[in-house]
Design a protein around this ligand. Structure first.
Ligand code: TXA
Ligand code: MG
Length: 312
């Protein structure tokens, strides 16, 4: 298969590919997503195949209109409030799936919950409006690999395996959406991400249960994803060893690349995956050492991805 490289002028072409059951990678403000018609089981199956993703790992459904929440999910306390406050934006809500909403059961992997998100990126919004239906989209990387924040990253992993990539430049936020479960029990942080958890807690007026606490259900993908570069990764490094490239944060010496020389967490999140891709490409047998990153705000998401990269 030849992968077409499209631009924003080709949004209608991209929507037509989705309608025909094809796969289109597109930018969101968090990371590039690999989109398919969420009502078309065969199209969704191709997403799992292209990524090499286990089919028990469900997909986020992307909508253009926050008002569509009721078509796909049953009402639960808190959902409308979070949607009103943060959609469009880098927040995904896990909600009880509404039977008869028309989604392929592959999208939810047979779970009683559905993950919904309304992205803010103008290119994503244009594509979703042109397609005029729900788009299932995981991050546009091979399963277990570093997420893509540039069209080139998408092609590195998926060229020849998908129909098209809509090149809409770099992603502004740079880490995936924050996932909050309202699907049962206490509101739970299922994945730290591009919306600081503190903002969600302030909006709900209560602390979120962390999915890492004992007894909570974690998103299936959270157990699997490794964000694995080929190079080995060492965290909380004061300085690089002789066989290491330093991925810096803040005013450190000897950094091969720096997530944010001024120590800004937003800048660091936006650079995270691109810098990991770049260092991995030039590592040539060396490891990647990473400076400590503070564990609050976007730092929570950054450290989560770095820990997985180090474990992979
Ligand atoms: O920012 C993002 O969220 C990006 C962009 C493209 O929207 N998408 C993304 O998708 O990160 P993915 O598939 O790489 O990560 C989605 C996570 C996975 O860990 C998956 O297991 C979880 O969401 N998830 C999806 N649907 C779920 C469901 N019904 N119940 C529990 N977890 C779910
Ligand atoms: Mg992913």
């Amino acid at each position: 298969m030849q992968t077409e490289r499209l631009t924003h002028a080709d949004t209608d072409r991209a929507a037509a590919i989705l309608r025909a059951g094809g796969l289109v990678a597109f930018a969101t403000e968090t990371v590039y997503g690999l989109g398919a018609d969420a009502t078309d089981g065969q199209a969704v199956a191709k997403v799992f195949e292209a990524k090499g993703r286990p089919s028990f790992n469900p997909l986020i459904v992307h909508l253009s209109d926050p008002g569509d929440i009721a078509r796909y999910a049953d009402p639960v306390p808190g959902a409308e409030r979070l949607a009103a406050a943060f959609w469009p934006g880098p927040l995904t809500l896990l909600l009880p799936v509404r039977p008869g909403g028309g989604l392929s059961s592959l999208v939810t992997a047979g779970l009683p919950t559905v993950a919904l998100r309304v992205p803010a990126h103008p290119g994503a919004k244009a594509l979703l409006s042109a397609f005029d239906g729900p788009v299932a989209a995981p991050s546009a990387n091979r399963s277990g690999r570093i997420s893509a924040t540039r069209a080139d990253h998408v092609l590195d992993g998926l060229d020849g395996r998908i129909d098209a990539v809509l090149d809409m430049g770099p992603c502004e936020v740079g880490v995936e959406s924050t996932i909050v479960s309202l699907a049962g029990g206490e509101p739970t942080l299922a994945r730290a991400g591009g919306l600081p958890v503190e903002a969600v807690e302030e909006c709900l007026g209560r602390a979120l249960v962390r999915a890492t606490s004992p007894g909570t259900v974690v998103s299936p993908g959270q157990m699997l994803s490794h964000y694995a570069p080929r190079a080995r990764v060492r965290l909380n490094a004061a300085s690089p060893g002789p066989d290491e490239l330093l991925l810096g944060f803040g005013p450190v010496a000897d950094a091969a690349l720096n997530l944010s020389p001024s120590g800004d967490l937003r800048e660091a999140a936006a650079n995270l995956f691109a810098h990991l891709h770049a260092l991995d490409a030039r590592a040539d047998g060396r490891g990647i050492a990473v400076s400590p990153v503070p564990d609050h705000g976007l730092g929570l998401a950054i450290n989560d991805r770095l820990r997985r990269a180090a474990a992979g």
